[in-house]
Each structure stands twice: as C-alpha cells, then as structure tokens.
Design a protein around this ligand. Structure first.
Ligand SMILES: Nc1ncnc2c1ncn2[C@@H]1O[C@H](COP(=O)(O)OP(=O)(O)OP(=O)(O)O)[C@@H](O)[C@H]1O
Ligand SMILES: [Mg+2]
Length: 453
C-alpha cells in the first residue's frame, strides 16, 4: 500500500511524498501550482522542479539528512515506537518543522494554522528559566527533546538541543505553523570529556563574526545553567508593531546541508565514511573538500561558493575543529541555485585533547591531522578544489593574522566565568600557535611544483 505525506511551506502545497513500505520505495511529485510559482524552489538540486523522478535513493537520503542523530533519534524512535531505520515513519512524526522551509504532514493532519484555530490552543508553550534549568539537570532521567510527552526536536545533529521561539527573554516551543522557532538552544554537552562546550562554541562563533566571516549570531545565557542561543538563518522574523519583543510571524527559508547538496546519506558526513581504522582508512567516499567545491556550478554565483568554502576550511584549521563534517555547512536553496548560509557549529575540539577524536572530518590534501599540514598538502588541497594556491595563501595569511590578534581579548571577555576562562585561554593559545604555523606555511604553498602533486 502506498502512503503519502503532504509537503508544504507556509500552508502552500509544494508536493506529495509517496512511500511504498514493503519495497522501501519513495516517490515525489511537485504540485503543479508550486512549479508555476515565480518564488518556487526545489527540495534540493537533485530533486529538480522539472518533474523528473529523482534517482533511486535520493529521496531517502534527503529525508534521512533532516532527522536528528544520536540520543534524540533513539528517543524519538522509543517515544513513537518507530524503528530508527523507518525514516518515513520518523519524518511523519517529526516533520512539522525540520531545518529549511518544508513541513511534512500526514494527509489526515489538519493544516497547522486551522488546527490551532479549531482548538483555540495557545500557540506558545512557554519554557521558563527555572523549568529549563531543571530539565537540563534532569537530562539523564528525562530526555531533553521530550516536552509534554512529545518529541520537540526535529533538527539534525548529535548534541542535545531544542528549537525555540525567542521573544526578549521569553522562550517558547511552537508548532511550525505561522509561528516557527527562531533560535536553536544548546545546553552543555552531556559528555564529561567535553566540558564548557557552550562557552567554546560561543567563543568560536564570535571569533568568526569578529573576523568578518558570516556566522549565525549567538548569545550565551545562564538560566542559571549555561545555554547557547543560536539565531536561525532559515527563519525570517516579523516583529509586532509597537511591541518589538513580540514576534508576529516567522517566514521559513529553505536551506540544505552539505550531504543533501551532494545527494549523500548521513553516514557519508565524514570523508572516511567507515572510520579511520587501518582496514578501512583508505575508503574515502564521504564528503570531502573536493566534493564540496564540485558544487560550485550549482551556486547562483560560483565564485562566492569557492570563497565561502575556502574560508570555512581555513577557519577549522585555526580553531582545531576536527568535527567540521558534511552536515556542518549549509546552503540556501533558491530557484536560481545555491547560496552559502552563515557558519555554525564552530567548536575548538582540539581543546579537549586526545580523549576526543582529533582526526579532521575532511582531509586537506591527504592530511587528516593538524600536525600533518604542510605546504605540499595545502597545495594539493588547492589543486583538488580548483582554488588558486596564491589565493589560498593570501586567505590563510589574512585569517591567521586576524584570528591571533582577536582571540586573546575575546577569551578574556567578562561573559565567560570560572573554569570556562582557563579553557578559552588555552584555545586562544592554540589559535596563536596554529596561526604562527600557518603563517610560516602559507608563502610556500604557491611554490610547490604542481607536477609533484
Ligand atoms: N543557525 C542555524 N540556522 C539554521 N539551521 C541551523 C543553524 N545552526 C544549525 N542548524 C542546523 O541544525 C543542525 C544541527 O545544528 P548543529 O550542527 O549546531 O548541532 P550539533 O548537534 O552540534 O551537530 P553535530 O552532530 O555536528 O555535533 C545543523 O546540521 C544544521 O542543519
Ligand atoms: Mg553539527
């Protein structure tokens, strides 16, 4: 029997997603009205508006990439009694407000706005600071994504998080109708090996912004548990006239991540898609810089894509972020093609030492570890990505100088307290060492003989 979900945006039909469970077969048809609209956008570059059926597996991969990972996925599967492989069943339950502009609604679901009017229900489920602190402290017993017996998380990623509507200091859960979430809220990591992640991510995101990189704006708040509030770039907020603290409407913008843009499954988010043990380390079918840069022709402006990806790559070297994988960069999906979205999930993983994986998610040339970076490997990176070595060297110098001059002051900011300060000071010292090393390497990159690469 074929099942289907209505795919819509702001109550407008985009298309219909069909699923034949015994065959595990998906299909998708755009609504004719949608295809005719001037502001129509495709789900992804691989699910074109031309009406052709996408290649086998593309729809599964697209949907799989929308789902949470890690514990949130376990929790959703337990709460709704749906197997973790049943991505159709999961998107049916979690698909009201995934990242991007789309809602996936079962045909018997009333459109979100109508449902609310009928029930007269309050659209905002307010989350007070006291309740939030309690829920963060009780995470081991009550899973963080579950609120009022519903899984309130439908954003990808491993870490605990929540999508919230932020109005001044007030935080609420909303259902993805007229009001969608405006921020992603992250508490500290549950892993004792990675303390002060809130401060770490706040620091790295702020450093990126101070360096002039487009990074999603972040706020560190203590409720009193520390939380990071990340402004969503896939949301456009209209505030109430006369009351700027109140949100009137939230428009959703369509974005896709690196895996979706490349039509790769979640399991390909690291270049070494089977891990780095000896027997499989040579298998590198996952997202790599070469693959990401091959997306340039899909961009509205290919040159902008190359600049964006080069800077994204260099910044990870400066902060020592080994977890910059294929789902940690995203693109706006517009009718005319892709455009880079702001940076997010920037963390100095290096701060936690060898207890945490320090192998980079993607190799620079063939170097997966920071200490293996040499002029040769960076020249090889340039060759594989089609970037001019001279340009790469210039960007490295500019960014390294900016990072080392800004990091120490930022680490001393009054915003950070207690042991966060020691961690950030060690991050700033690391950035300084990395910058120095990269400044020494950069001028050698254009000199590497291309015939040797
Ligand atoms: N500011 C933002 N605006 C819109 N979408 C975002 C934003 N930040 C993150 N996302 C989306 O949410 C997903 C999860 O966010 P993020 O990467 O910060 O979480 P994470 O759990 O720390 O990830 P990881 O699994 O890489 O550790 C991202 O993959 C991206 O699709
Ligand atoms: Mg992430």
């Amino acid at each position: 029997m074929r099942h289907f979900l209505n795919v819509s945006t702001h109550g407008e039909a985009v298309g219909s997603l069909g699923f034949e469970p015994r065959e595990d077969r998906y299909d998708f048809r755009y609504a004719d009205d949608w295809r005719g609209r001037r502001d129509a956008f495709p789900l992804s570059p691989h699910i074109g508006l031309n009406g052709e059926m996408p290649p086998t597996g593309t729809l599964q991969r697209f949907i799989g990439n929308l789902l949470p990972e890690g514990r949130a996925l376990d929790v959703a599967s337990i709460v709704y009694q749906i197997s973790k492989d049943n991505i159709y069943g999961l998107i049916r339950m979690l698909g009201r407000e995934p990242v991007g502009a789309l809602s996936f609604l079962a045909s018997d679901d009333a459109p979100l706005a109508d449902q609310r009017q009928e029930s007269g229900a309050e659209t905002r489920r307010i989350v007070g600071e006291e309740e939030l602190t309690e829920r963060i402290r009780d995470r081991d017993t009550i899973p963080f994504p579950v609120w009022d017996r519903r899984v309130r998380l439908s954003v990808a990623g491993y870490q605990d998080k929540l999508q919230v509507l932020l109005e001044g200091r007030q935080m609420s859960l909303v259902d993805g109708g007229a009001l969608s979430s405006t921020h992603i809220l992250k508490p500290e990591s549950r892993n004792p090996g990675t303390p002060f992640m809130v401060a770490n991510e706040h620091f790295c995101m702020t450093l990126a912004a101070q360096m002039g990189l487009p990074a999603a704006p972040v706020t560190l708040r203590r409720v009193p548990e520390p939380i990071l509030l990340i402004e969503r770039f896939d949301r456009h907020v209209t505030r109430a006239q006369g009351d700027p603290g109140r949100v009137d409407a939230v428009r959703r913008l369509h974005v896709i991540d690196g895996c979706q843009a490349l039509d790769l499954p979640v399991s390909f988010k690291y270049e070494r898609n089977f891990g780095n043990t000896k027997d499989v380390r040579s298998i590198r079918e996952g997202v790599s810089f070469a693959k990401l840069f091959s997306l340039a022709p899909h961009f509205v402006t290919p040159a902008v894509a190359r600049t964006f990806m080069t800077r994204w790559a260099v910044f990870q070297l400066l902060i020592g972020n080994s977890d910059a994988h294929g789902k940690n960069l995203s693109f706006f999906m517009q009718r005319g093609g892709l455009a880079p979205a702001p940076l997010y999930d920037l963390v100095s993983v290096n701060a936690y030492g060898e207890m945490v994986e320090q192998e980079m998610a993607m190799s620079y040339g063939d170097a997966f570890r920071l200490e293996e970076i040499t002029p040769f490997e960076l020249a090889s990176f340039a060759q594989r990505t089609g970037v001019q070595p001279r340009y790469l060297a210039r960007e490295i110098v500019r960014m390294a100088q900016a990072a080392r001059s800004l990091a120490p002051g930022l680490a001393r900011s009054e915003l950070y307290v207690g042991d966060e300060r020691a961690l950030l000071e060690s991050v700033a010292r690391f950035i300084d060492r990395q910058a120095e090393r990269l400044l020494a390497i950069a001028p050698e990159v254009p000199k590497v003989d291309r015939k040797l690469l």
